[in-house]
Design a protein around this ligand. Structure first.
Ligand code: FAD
Length: 418
C-alpha cells in the first residue's frame, strides 16, 4: 500500500514528534514552521515527562481559588483585564468542567494518554542520539508545612483511584533525594516513573534534524490559507504553496485561526508561562525537576543552567510579556535552594495551548479526514509528544488507535458554545 504524503504544520514538540515518527516509518513527510523548530512553548518548558499525570486544571472549588488569586498581586494565576471578554467562553466552560463528574471523566481521559508517556518517549527516541537528553529521575513536589501538603489531598485521591504509583516523602527522604534543598521542606510527593528532558529546545531541533536523515523535509513557511480537494490538502501564503495527501495541524496555542480556515471552532486559550535561567554552574544543585508546592514554581536542572518556570497568565498570544511575573520569584527560589546563584541569565515567555477540560485535540477535522488536529496539550505537551505521534500514525494508517480518541475530538464543546 502506498503511504499518503503528509504536511505537518508546527515544529514544536508535538509536530516534531509526529514528523520524526512518520519519517522513520517511511512516510513522505514535510514539517513546516513559520519561525523555526521549538520557537513556541516547546522551547522553554520544565522538561518534565510526568508519566501517569491525571489531574485536570479545573477541579471542584476552582472558582474560589481563581477569584482569590486574581485579587493577589503576583499570584501564580492571572488574567489580563483587556483579555477578559475574549476569554469569557473559555472561562465559562472551564468552570463548567469543575463539576465532580466532569473532573473524574477528565482525569480518566488525561490518564488514558499520560500512562503511556514514558514508554512512548523511550520508544520514539530508541537508540538515537536523542537519548542523551532523557533522564529517568522522577518528578518531585515539596511542601514546607502540613497545611500546604494537605492541599494535595484531592490530587492524591485521584491518583489512588487511578492506581498511579507515587510515594509520600518526609523531610529525611527529601534530603536523601535532593540534599541541596532547604531543610524547610518537610513533606513531598514523588513520582519515580517520570522522565526528564534536559534541554527541550535542543531536543526538538535534533528530532527535526534526525527526521531529515530519514528522508523527511523541513521548510520554513507560515500557513495563511488552507484549501482542500477530495484527495489533497494545500497550505499556502502569499508567496508559496505546498500540497500533500494529508495535513496535520500541530500549531499549539496558535491553532485557532487555522481551525477556523478549515471550518472548526475551538475553545482554546494561551495559558502563558514564564521561565528564568540561572547560570550554567547552578544546574548541578538538583538531580531532577522539583516543584515548590507552596508557591507553584519549578526549579529544573537543564544542560544550560537551572531553569525556574512558573505562572499561568491567560492572555493573547501576541500580548507583550510581563517578565516581572517570573522575576518576583527569584527570592523564593533562593530560599528553596540556598546555594542557588540567582543571577538572571535570560527570561522567556511561552504559550501553553489549553482547552477547558485539560484534554488535547487529537482528531480528524469535522470537514475532512485528510486534515488531522494535534494541539491543546496544555501543561503536558512535552509529556505527550510521542504519545500523540503514535496515535496520529495509527489514525493515518486507518488502524484502531491504542487509546479511544472520542474524548479528544475537535467538536466536543460545540453544543456548549452554540
Ligand atoms: C513555563 C512552562 C513550563 C512547562 N513545563 C512543562 C513540563 O514540565 N512538562 C510538560 O509536559 N509540558 C510542559 N509545558 C507545556 C508544554 O511546553 C506545551 O504543552 C508544549 O510545548 C506544546 O507544544 P506544541 O508543539 O503543541 O506547541 P508549540 O511548542 O507552541 O509549537 C507550535 C509551533 O507552531 C508554529 N506555528 C504557529 N502558527 C503557525 C502557522 N500559521 N504556520 C506555521 N507554523 C506555525 C509556531 O511557530 C510554533 O513553533 C510547559 C509550558 C510552559 C509555558
Amino acid at each position: 500500500m502506498t503511504r499518503p504524503s503528509i504536511i505537518v504544520a508546527g515544529a514544536g514538540i508535538i509536530g516534531a514528534s509526529i514528523a520524526f515518527n512518520l519519517a522513520q516509518k517511511g512516510y513522505a513527510v514535510t514539517l513546516i514552521d513559520r519561525t523555526a523548530p521549538a520557537s513556541g512553548a516547546s522551547f522553554g518548558n520544565a522538561g518534565g515527562i510526568v508519566n501517569n499525570s491525571c489531574v485536570p486544571t479545573s477541579t471542584p472549588g476552582i472558582v474560589f481559588d481563581v477569584a482569590k488569586m486574581l485579587t493577589r498581586p503576583h499570584s501564580p494565576f492571572s488574567l489580563r483585564p483587556g483579555y477578559l471578554l475574549k476569554a469569557l467562553p473559555w472561562l465559562i466552560e472551564f468552570l463548567n468542567q469543575s463539576r465532580q463528574h466532569r473532573v473524574d471523566q477528565n482525569a480518566d481521559q488525561l490518564h488514558a494518554l499520560t500512562r503511556h508517556a514514558a514508554d512512548d518517549w523511550l520508544k520514539l527516541v530508541g537508540e538515537t542520539a536523542l537519548t542523551r537528553y532523557v533522564q529517568s529521575v522522577g518528578w518531585l513536589k515539596v511542601y514546607s508545612s502540613t497545611s500546604s501538603f494537605a492541599n494535595t489531598g484531592f490530587t492524591r485521591q485521584l491518583m489512588d483511584r487511578l492506581q498511579v504509583p507515587f510515594d509520600v516523602l518526609g523531610a529525611a527522604d527529601i534530603r536523601r533525594l535532593e540534599p541541596a534543598l532547604s531543610p524547610d521542606f518537610t513533606h513531598g510527593l514523588f513520582q519515580s516513573d517520570a522522565l526528564h528532558i534536559t534541554n527541550p529546545g535542543a531536543m526538538v531541533h535534533e528530532m527535526t534534524n534526525l527526521m531529515l536523515e530519514y528522508g523527511g523535509i523541513y521548510k520554513k513557511m507560515c500557513v495563511e490559507q488552507i484549501s482542500m480537494s477530495k484527495n489533497a490538502v494545500t497550505v499556502s501564503n502569499q508567496s508559496e504553496s505546498l500540497t500533500a495527501d494529508k495535513l496535520v495541524i500541530a500549531t499549539g496555542a496558535y491553532t485557532q485561526p487555522l481551525a477556523e480556515m478549515v471550518g472548526d471552532k475551538v475553545t482554546l486559550v494561551a495559558e502563558r508561562g514564564y521561565h528564568m535561567m540561572f547560570p550554567r554552574t547552578t544546574a548541578s544543585l538538583l538531580s531532577r525537576p522539583v516543584v515548590n508546592g507552596d508557591s507553584s514554581f519549578v526549579l529544573s536542572p537543564m544542560e544550560t543552567g537551572m531553569r525556574m518556570t512558573s505562572q499561568v497568565e491567560i492572555s493573547g498570544v501576541d500580548d507583550p510579556p510581563d517578565y516581572q511575573r517570573i522575576r518576583h520569584l527569584t527570592r523564593l527560589a533562593r530560599s528553596m535552594l540556598p546555594d542557588l546563584d540567582t543571577q538572571e541569565e535570560s527570561v522567556w515567555m511561552g504559550c501553553r495551548p489549553s482547552l477547558p477540560d485539560s484534554l488535547p485535540v487529537i482528531s480528524p477535522s469535522s470537514v475532512s479526514n485528510n486534515i488531522i488536529y494535534a494541539f491543546g496539550h496544555q501543561h503536558l505537551g512535552m509529556t505527550l509528544g510521542p504519545v500523540t505521534a503514535f496515535l496520529v500514525e495509527q489514525m493515518l494508517a486507518g488502524e484502531k488507535t491504542k487509546t479511544d480518541l472520542h474524548p479528544y475530538r475537535i467538536n466536543r464543546f460545540k453544543s456548549a458554545l452554540s
